[in-house]
Design a protein around this ligand. Structure first.
Ligand code: TRP
Length: 342
């Protein structure tokens, strides 16, 4: 028996925030490390998805590589034979399967996709591409070609996972056992212990999530920030006038956020950090600790990015692309035969 497959697309770009790092990147990497062995773990860069909304194509290639570099720098093990790291466009079966699957998906169900509605509503009509519309079918191909059972994704991707299940069930009921059906979203959450992920809040407005769409950028730490700059951002974080450090999200959201952040930076239990700082009266003293650990963290992360072994990374991707093409092509041929193309 071959191992069950866990699969996810690694979306990253140059302006990842501290929130993305601790809320998405690290949990995915930790998951890969713990599940590899028992499972095959497919982590891929959805490069064909990356220009479903307009991008600067002169920079795309560099960004795709940088995406892989960020995951390597954040600790994705390149030497684990159960973890595969590949670029979607290097496995041509993704494109081929999409073209076939397109014919088994209705316009109506695709028009109901909320991500499409959201993203297209932000574009001028002539810039809305067929690629954006077809995004979920390519995603279904990404998943179904490997018979993936578990697909950890953010809540914004729930609907895409559901349509993937629908497509797989439809093909199977018409043509026999072609695809493995990924497990339902609520069972995915159980499997991955969702809700453990912490939300890092904006430093200026600690009642809202830290997000790169914030205009000023003052409340947001980016992984590429100048470390000295990050020190200043923490020092000017919004707090309160209670003059006593307490872990109290309701009444002291700014301080609470800084306690959470410090625990994440240290890789420590938040309880430990709470014990150390509760009752401290001078916020400046507490902030200095957080600010300097933030600066150290960014310096360290940026050094890791610079030191990623590009040769080893390239080798890993090429090896994975060869192995995954083999797997994906087996499913593709099964699909081609089923529909009468072979
Ligand atoms: N759409 C996913 C995201 O935005 C990325 C992705 C593409 C993906 N294909 C996938 C995730 C297949 C899981 C499985 O996060």
């Amino acid at each position: 028996m071959s191992k069950q497959v866990i699969l996810t697309g690694l979306r990253a770009n140059n302006d990842l925030t501290l929130g993305n790092y601790f809320g998405a990147m690290r949990p995915i990497i930790d998951m890969a490390k713990t599940k590899a062995g028992e499972f095959q773990v497919n982590m891929f860069i959805p490069d064909l998805h990356s220009f479903t909304t307009p991008v600067d194509h002169a920079k795309l290639q560099e960004q795709i590589l940088h995406n892989a570099v960020l995951f390597a720098a954040a600790g994705l093990p390149l030497d684990n034979p159960d973890i595969h790291l590949y670029r979607q466009s290097y496995v041509s079966a993704h494109s081929e399967a999409t073209i076939i699957l397109n014919n088994f998906v209705g316009m109506g169900e695709m028009e109901r996709m909320t991500q499409y509605k959201d993203k297209s509503s932000k574009l001028d009509t002539e810039r809305i591409s067929v690629g954006l519309f077809d995004y979920p079918v390519l995603m279904a191909a990404d998943i179904l070609l490997y018979g993936a059972t578990y697909v950890p994704v953010g809540d914004d991707q729930t609907q895409h996972l559901e349509i993937t299940r629908d497509i797989a069930e439809r093909i199977n009921s018409r043509f026999g056992d072609i695809f493995t059906i990924p497990v339902a979203v609520k069972d995915q959450h159980e499997f991955f212990n969702k809700d453990q992920g912490l939300r890092i809040m904006d430093l200026q407005d600690p009642t809202k999530k830290m997000s790169k769409s914030d205009d000023s950028g003052k409340g947001v730490i980016f992984l590429g920030d100048n470390p000295e700059e990050s020190y200043k951002k923490v020092m000017s974080a919004t707090t309160d006038d209670k003059a006593s450090v307490n872990y109290d999200r309701e009444n002291q959201p700014g301080i609470t956020n800084l306690l959470d952040i410090l625990a994440l930076l240290r890789g420590a239990d938040v309880e430990e950090v709470i014990r150390e700082f509760t009752g401290v009266e001078r916020y400046g003293d507490f902030k200095k600790v957080v600010a300097s650990e933030m600066r150290d963290f960014l310096m360290d992360f940026q050094a890791r990015v610079d030191n990623v072994d590009m040769g080893a990374l390239e080798t890993k991707m090429v090896e994975s692309e060869v192995a995954m093409s083999k797997q994906a092509n087996e499913t593709l041929v099964r699909l081609q035969k089923a529909v009468g193309l072979r």
